[in-house]
Every structure is written in C-alpha cells, then in structure tokens.
Design a protein around this ligand. Structure first.
Ligand code: PEP
Ligand code: MN
Length: 270
C-alpha cells in the first residue's frame, strides 16, 4: 500500500508559540531585506497597521538564475533584530542550510522556514533538522516546487524527528511550464489533502508566490480563508516597484492593510 506516514507527528497548537493570535495570522514583510532603512521602515509601517503578527524578510535568497540579488546575508539579521526591538514584532527568516540556522538562532529569529527549493532536497532538509536537534523553534515548511505531497510530508517528518513540535505548513503553489494566470498554480487539493492527513498542522497560504502579481492577492487570500487556513504570508515593501526581488507581487504596508480589511471571515469565525 502507498506510504501514508506523517499522521502521527506531534504538533503543538500554534497558540504555544503565537499567543493572542487573531484570525487570520498575518506574516508580512519584504521578499528580501535590502537596507537597514527599508527593513526598519517596512516594519514600522506594518506594526502601525495593527494587522500584522510577524515580520518576514529573506536574508539568503535562492534565485532561479545567477546574477540576481542573492540576499544581503548576516548583516540583515542585525536589522531584523533592531526592527523587533523597536516594534515588538516577531521575526521570521528562510533558512536553507546549517549555517543559516546557526546565524538565525544567534540573532534571535523567532520563526524559521524552508523555501520551496529546499523542501525538494532531503539532504538539505536533514542537515537543517540535524542542526536543530533538540531545539523546538517554530518552523514552517513551504511546499516543494513540484506537486509532490510526500516530499512536503517528508520534510515535516525530518523536522519532527529532530524534536520540533512547533510546526506549520506554507502553501506557495506549484511550478508549471509556460504562461499561466498564476506564477505558481495553487492546486488546492494538495494542501487540503495534507490537512486531512495532519489535521493539527497549521496551514498558512502564501498568495504572493502563488500569484506573482499583486492584483491577484486578494482573490487567493480570500480562497485560503474560505478553506479555513490559519493564516497568510504576504510580501510587502515600502517601494514595491523598486524591490530587489519579486517586485511585481509586493505591496505597500498600506495596501496590505486594505487587502486584509477586505477579507471576509466565513465559516462562523466572525
Ligand atoms: C520567498 O519567500 O521569498 C521565497 C523565496 O519563496 P519560495 O520558497 O516560496 O519560492
Ligand atoms: Mn519572494
């Protein structure tokens, strides 16, 4: 019979690592940390909306093609630490290897995640799990680039095997060849099946990387809430058109607040 493992993972309620959570949980911030000013100002504006729970920023950027901005590196962690100190916002960063994990923990990053290009690689995921052995840091696993549910579950199992219980999943869509409406096809049936097999797993939608285009963000965000997702991860930038990565899909903190305000919480959640 096909492998259906994963259902037995120990998953801590999200309230153990994000107390006082309002629905939906909102994680926002720039695709990439670029300058200290950009990180601080984005964080201040997001905090002022009162709608964002966690600041995200890419420090090391896995780029599809070379000769693009590949991330500011460790100095950006210092900016995030300052932003956290100034606003009280929790911070979340993508890690892709042991070095990233060690640096992020040293700078007090609250939540780690692995990106779609890392989830596809069991060696990388295991290296990260080994680096976290016995450290129960909140950890979010983005779906792999390709529509392989077992690979997504396998990454969650490797992290669980290291003793991490504060787990969540991020749905960022699946790569397809050619011009399509979405940068990454949502293929909602995969996160729905993951949630069926692991009902305690918090599910977060990343409309930014699904859409690849800011005009579509509200539509995908609403669909995620209608499917009872726990939260959203949305990229934001003080000057989206001039962002050093993912410019087309980012929005200002003010626009982000409008998108959140426009969402309807159905399913009896108020
Ligand atoms: C990101 O979050 O900026 C990112 C690189 O996303 P993904 O891993 O989903 O491509
Ligand atoms: Mn991005």
């Amino acid at each position: 019979s096909p492998h259906t493992g994963g259902e037995e993972l120990e998953i801590a309620p999200i309230s153990t690592w994000l107390p006082n959570l309002q629905r939906p949980l909102v994680i926002s911030g720039p695709c990439s940390a670029e300058t200290e000013e950009q990180v601080m100002e984005t964080c201040r504006q997001l905090a002022a909306t009162g709608k964002v729970d966690v600041l995200r920023a890419g420090i090391w950027k896995p780029r599809t093609r070379p000769n693009n901005f590949e991330g500011i590196g460790t100095i950006g962690l210092e900016w995030l630490r300052k932003a956290k100190e100034a606003t009280g916002m929790k911070i979340a960063v993508e890690v892709a290897n042991r070095h990233h994990v060690e640096e992020a923990l040293k700078y007090g990053v609250d939540i780690l995640w692995i990106g779609a290009r890392t989830t596809v690689n069991p060696f990388s995921v295991q290296e990260i799990a080994d680096a976290l052995q016995g450290i129960d840091v909140p950890f979010l696993v983005k779906n792999p680039i390709n529509a392989d549910l077992e690979l997504w579950i396998g990454a969650l199992e490797r992290l669980s095997g290291a003793g991490i219980t504060k787990l969540g999943a991020i749905h960022r869509g699946f790569a397809k060849y050619g011009e399509t409406k979405f940068r990454n096809a949502p293929q909602w049936q995969l996160p729905i099946e993951l949630k069926r097999r692991m009902p305690d797993l918090p599910m977060i939608c990343d409309p930014s990387h699904i859409c690849g285009n800011r005009e579509l963000l509200a539509e995908i965000s609403q669909q995620a809430l209608d499917l009872n997702y726990t939260g959203l991860m949305l990229e934001s930038h003080i000057d989206p058109d001039n962002a050093w990565s993912d410019a087309k899909q980012q929005v200002t903190p003010a626009r982000l607040a409008e998108i959140i305000d426009g969402l309807v919480l159905r399913n009896g959640y108020g």
